[in-house]
Design a protein around this ligand. Structure first.
Ligand code: SF4
Length: 213
């Protein structure tokens, strides 16, 4: 039943919005940096911060890991909360260097469970950020849950009001095949429906592709 509903939801969203091809980023490391920078801000600001860092020739693990928190904060300023995010980025860089063979590729090539535990051990990396890195940078089949996911699922009575991150993630991972491409698109499509129709206030159910589901 839930599996059918989730499949129907995916089909309708894909038909309506088309493929989203997330996550924007030229390299897995850029995706990881974006996953930290996007916390509490919109993507436009993240792009500015990434371009600034890239234009300065600093958007690589080797360059970033040696930067002082103050200088890194200057580069990423457009993303907001730049001191906090600079510290988080440096924490992540030190984690990458300290595991696997010390490279981004080696770090991301570790088994999923180990990698997730290591990411969650980084101060400032919560479940959503860790899972974005696992799905979009490491290309591992992990479903990313965010506030849009919660809103859509709860409004369709697929989760209760008190459901936590793990419960919502399990709904997708227990009922869908472990397919990186589908998980990638599904997360992106839920963000789209949340932004355009399933708004926090005044959801536009009449025009929404999920109406009647
Ligand atoms: S806007 Fe309405 S129909 Fe669309 S996802 Fe939200 S609750 Fe469902």
């Amino acid at each position: 039943m839930t599996a059918d509903t989730l499949s129907e939801m995916y089909s309708r969203l894909m038909d309506h919005f088309g493929p989203q091809s997330w996550w924007p980023g030229e390299t897995p490391f850029e995706v990881m940096v974006g996953a930290i920078l996007t916390q509490n801000t919109n993507w436009g600001n993240v792009e500015k911060a990434i371009h600034r860092t890239k234009d300065a020739g600093m958007l690589s693990l080797e360059k970033l890991v040696d930067l002082s928190p103050g200088l890194l904060a200057e580069y990423i300023k457009p993303a907001g909360y730049y001191n906090v995010k600079a510290a988080r980025l440096l924490n992540l860089c030190h984690c990458i260097v300290g595991h696997g063979d010390g490279t981004v590729a080696g770090f991301l090539a570790q088994p999923l469970a180990e990698l997730r535990t290591q990411l969650l051990g980084v101060k400032g990396v919560g479940q959503e950020t860790a899972d974005c890195i696992l799905l979009y940078a490491a290309q591992l089949p992990v479903f990313v849950v965010d506030t849009y996911t919660y809103r859509v699922l709860s409004r369709h009575n697929l989760v209760g009001e008190t459901s936590d991150y793990n419960e919502m993630q399990e709904i997708f991972m227990d009922n869908l095949n472990a397919d990186v491409e589908v998980f990638n698109e599904y997360h992106a499509l839920l963000v789209q429906v949340g932004k355009h129709y399933c708004r926090k206030k005044n959801p536009d159910c009449n025009s929404c592709p999920l109406n009647g589901l």
